[in-house]
Design a protein around this ligand. Sequence first.
Ligand SMILES: C[S@@+](CC[C@H](N)C(=O)[O-])C[C@H]1O[C@@H](n2cnc3c(N)ncnc32)[C@H](O)[C@@H]1O
Length: 216
Amino acid sequence: MNLFFKTLFAYIKYFFGIWNEPKRYRQLYFLIGEIRAKNIMEIGTWRGERAKLMILEAQKHIPREEVSYYGFDLFETLSSEMMNAEFSKQPPLIETVRNELDETGARVNLYKGDTKKVLPEAISFLPKMDFIFIDGGHSLETVRNDWNYASNLMHERTVIVFDDYWPEKLNGGAKPIVDAIDKSAYEVKILPRFDVFIKPGFKRLVIKFAEVRKRV
Ligand SMILES: C[S@@+](CC[C@H](N)C(=O)[O-])C[C@H]1O[C@@H](n2cnc3c(N)ncnc32)[C@H](O)[C@@H]1O
């Protein structure tokens, strides 16, 4: 398929995708547009669907080949034990996701493995990021690790968004880590659009995004 049709299909899927997603995700695209994000990092790439939508949004403002995406996930190495420990979803093979994201024409960099191991190894090679979406493992240890490394990749205008801020639960998700962020150094906002799911065992789960910026 030539580039024109690939791009056309990517945009059709983009508009279809955006209108079918839970509504909190629109805030991601709004922020990416607002800050004209060029270097985008996602912890928890999963199937690459959100990655693609974030890249396409960035490419509305910046030439497509100048957008860089850095995605971290366990991909095919996710074991069933880890899936339970991280309250995770099963991701596809890294190559499947790479092929899908390469269609955008952005510079796509994927990292496979547990972020508690991979981020310490990769951190010195990574550039400062404009936008970081933290949505990987959901154990406290992993969210704390992901925030520690992500915060080291911030420049003065970087925006970090945490998924899975569960306001009605005392423990679990990103809330304990977000609530403990030093408010004298960072501006922390809980974003207004949220989703409500009724899940067995959870009863009602409210999911919000938390946005973090450096105080300058
Ligand atoms: C909720 S899904 C991410 C969804 C994706 N951000 C989206 O919006 O489409 C969580 C992902 O995090 C990955 N993950 C879980 N624990 C991880 C860990 N310790 N290190 C790296 N990735 C992890 C899982 O493999 C899964 O694909």
